[in-house]
Each structure stands twice: as C-alpha cells, then as structure tokens.
Design a protein around this ligand. Sequence first.
Ligand code: ADP
Ligand code: ASP
Ligand code: MG
Length: 405
Amino acid sequence: MATLVKKFGGSSVSTPENIHNVVDRVLHEKKPEDKIVIVVSAMGDSTDELLDLAQRVTTEMPKREMDVLLATGEQVSIALVAAAFCSKGHPAVSLTGFQAGIRTSDFHTKATITNVFAERVIRELANGKIVIVAGFQGLDQNGDITTLGRGGSDTTAVAIAAGINADYCEIYTDVDGVYSADPRIVAEAQKMQEITFGEMLELARLGAGVMQPRAVEYGEHNGVAIHVRSSFHEELGTIIREEYTVQEKNFVIRGVAHDTNVAKIAVKGVPDQPGIAYKLFSALANANVDVDMIIQSVRDIEGSIDILFTVTKTDLVEATSIVELLKEEMGGFTFDVGINVAKVSIVGAGMLGSPGIAAGMFGALADAKINIAAISTSEISVSCLIKESDVKAAVNAIHTHFFPK
Ligand code: ADP
Ligand code: ASP
Ligand code: MG
C-alpha cells in the first residue's frame, strides 16, 4: 500500500476529455489499498483569464479581492475532477485549500504556507475516498482566502505530501520531466533522470517554470522527494531529491534558465551618502517586492551614484510607486523603467571552484552578438540581463556551449 500525492497542472485538466483521461489514468494505476490525494490547478488558461477579467474591471484590484477571484479557478477543477471519479464508481471528495488545512501568511497574491492541518484529508483517505484538493490557495490567520503565487499548486502538492507523510509526490505536467533548458525554447534540451533540491531550486528561482521555487524549498525542508513527469504517458520523468543516486554525465552546468518576467529600474543621480540604498531597498522589502540584480555605479559628477535593479514585471507598478514616493521625499534624482529585458542564467553546483565557467557564458553571448546589461552571480549560478528579444538566441547559444552534441 502506498500513500501518493499527484498534482495535475492546468493543461492536464483543460477540457472535460482531459479530466476523464486524468481520472482513467489514476484509476488504472491505483492498487486497491493505495491512498491517493490529487491536487489540481485551474483548468487551462483560466487563471490568466481571471487576471484579465480583473484588469477589465479595474487596474487597481485590491489584492485581497484578487485572491478571492483567482481561487475560484481551482474550485471549478476540484468539483469536476471529484465528480468524474464518482461517475466511474470511485468515491471521491473535493476539498478547498482551506478545508484541506492549508494555512498561510497574509501576503495576498503570494502568500507562503505556514501550516498544514491534514486531519480532514487523512480522515477522508481512511474512509476510502480519493481526495481532490484545490491547489494554489489557503487561508490566513484573519480567515481570508489567499493564493500562493503563480505555479502555487506545486507547493500545495508538496505541502500536502509532507502533511500526510506520503510516499511520493508526483507533479504531472505537459513535459516529460526537468530538462537542461526549457524544451520549448531549446530543441536539443536533455531530460534529466535526477536533480538535487539545491540545483532545482536555483533553476526554478531563475525562471525554469516547471516547478514553483517554493515547492522545491518545501520538499527540501521536509524531505519530500518530487517526481516530475508527463501527464500523457507512463514513462519515468525526473526525480528531485537530496543527493544524486545515479551517475549521469558529469556536468559542471546542470541547466540553463531564462526569465522574461523581469523589469529594470534605473535610479540616476542619487546623492552618494550612507543609508540611501537602505532607504530604497527596505521600502521595497516592506512592500514584499523581491529585488533581484542590483548594480551601483559611481558617476563622473562627484557625489552622485546610479543604482540599477531588477524586479518581476508583476511587481513593477508597486516598485515604481515606491521609487516615486522616495523621489518626492528626497528629490534630486531621476529614474526610468525598462520592461523589454530578460534574464538568462546557468546553474550547476559543479561550477564552484571551476573558474572560466562565467567567461564561457559571456563568450557564448558575445559570439551570438548579444549585449549584456547586468550580471549577477551566486555560488551555483551566473545570470545576465539582456534584451527580451534576444532570449531565444541567448538560451540556445549558452546551451550549445555547455551541452555540445
Ligand atoms: P503546469 O500547468 O503543469 O503546472 P507549467 O506550464 O507550469 O505546467 O510548467 C511546465 C512548463 O515549464 C513546460 O511546458 C516548459 O515549457 C516549462 N519549462 C521551463 N523550463 C523548463 C525545464 N528546464 N524543464 C522542463 N520544463 C521547463
Ligand atoms: N492556477 C495557478 C496558476 O496558473 C496555480 C498553478 O497552476 O499552479 O498560476
Ligand atoms: Mg506550473
């Protein structure tokens, strides 16, 4: 007997036929004693459609109301999936995030899971039901509905798996596993058999949308191995786990990631005094705006500096209003905003102590005549800010350099 959590993304439940395919597959693979929780996302592109709907009503949708709206998408899917199981003679019950015991912080639209009270899920499983849980949503301490950020159903699945001590957490999606680059951008991308939490977290953080970064983090902290695999066939996908168990080819670089959800803000002519960076970045942090790359440069004119930083496009309105406020308060500087930018990154634990890796990436970009606007590094990654229109060429050039045929 196994206890399994299976998460199906939006494309896997996008139509009534796809919902029936998911249900048939789960029932076909299920052994009589298995306990199964299914976490589902909203059908197809319905989260995008809800975002668009909100935009058409107001461009200043309160975040609390945005969460009430977005959470409806997953509620549609759970009811339909549960009903499809029942129609095939298998007892099933749908639970919202709240009913499944998902408790979160109160940062609307990107809340983090703080607790999972899994008693209800465990009770329903003990009663022989397949339990269908709405991904992406939870409840904060005020009793308000929250959502977990784009891709948040992945995190729901891993959190439920930890909460019920499941044997596996399986993420079913529209690709066969985790690849060395987005297979929709790089035709030669290679599927991985395994990847460590650390390298997957870095890839996800840098834009590899196949897993939400927080899901990987949650898996690492709670020791939940994650199997990313195709929802269309039964072949094994990629296991995300603590350590490698098989020796694949010895890569220094594990993968190339790209992110187009990036915007840059250049603040120019700020007085060169202690505390300025603190003032700017603490205001952004208080608003829960993640700042990524930061470059500070000294100007020719004595006593003034420029600061360039990047945020996600989704946080740009908020970040811009914070900089605007600071400008009113302090005066003396100008700023401009750029949205036609993107970030490309290489990730690999093997690059620690391997000089020349970053140079290899810059060389690949130079050969492809792609200009670098900013660079940032971590112990296991190097990222370059480039023009958004160069992304495909950049990812392919870098991939070809590090993964030659
Ligand atoms: P779901 O709706 O199932 O959650 P997502 O669209 O969120 O699916 O994630 C799957 C997508 O992630 C793939 O279609 C692929 O384009 C993208 N992706 C980006 N980087 C990678 C990568 N390194 N490996 C696999 N897929 C990737
Ligand atoms: N439906 C949400 C989204 O589109 C959550 C998810 O799919 O994981 O981001
Ligand atoms: Mg996803």
